[in-house]
Design a protein around this ligand. Sequence first.
Ligand SMILES: [Zn+2]
Length: 214
Amino acid sequence: MNIILLGPPGAGKGTQAQRLVANRGMVQLSTGDMLRAAVAKGTPVGQRAKEVMAAGELVSDAIVSALIGEHLDASRDKGAIFDGFPRTAHQAEALEMLLAERGRTLDHVIELVVDEEALVDRITGRSTCASCGAPYHDTFHVPKVAGTCDICGGHEFKRRPDDNEQTVRTRMAEYRAKTAPILPYYEEKGLVRRVDGMASVEEVAAAIDAILDG
Ligand SMILES: [Zn+2]
């Protein structure tokens, strides 16, 4: 079983990938991690990548493909989760070829879908008590007495600076720009499966399992 897992920040993609690795022995092939590891180990691909990056250029499709190929051979039949690759239709074709050369196929492209407005509400409403760290939310979990911590009675609340609407919207826009080139490609092949990323971690896990076992 080889899959691509897609999802914007806040959809819990990392948590779900970790679970698939732990429960099913799947191997997560994250382009960024593989590149850093190859450079650190000084593998032939890593050396090529290092030269390119030292020259301030982007690592080419050919280098990324070589890297994925190396790791696919290592992952054998445990199944792979592709993360951060492919980014373009051209790379999607390259991935198909890499898999075909090994007698493997891409089974599913699973997208964790979030509702942007709901995500903004969820993230921007978060605060914690400045004294004891108890978590609150403007809409979903307000203190019993306004402005007073239920746990310690404190009156000061903190918000994380990146828990703001602009950050959430920027991340969503980046995600859409990143996936826009490949989603139509996989839609056409009938490989895209959508899961409600706003559901609980357990519900999302169950939905992914149903797809993989279906
Ligand atoms: Zn408190």
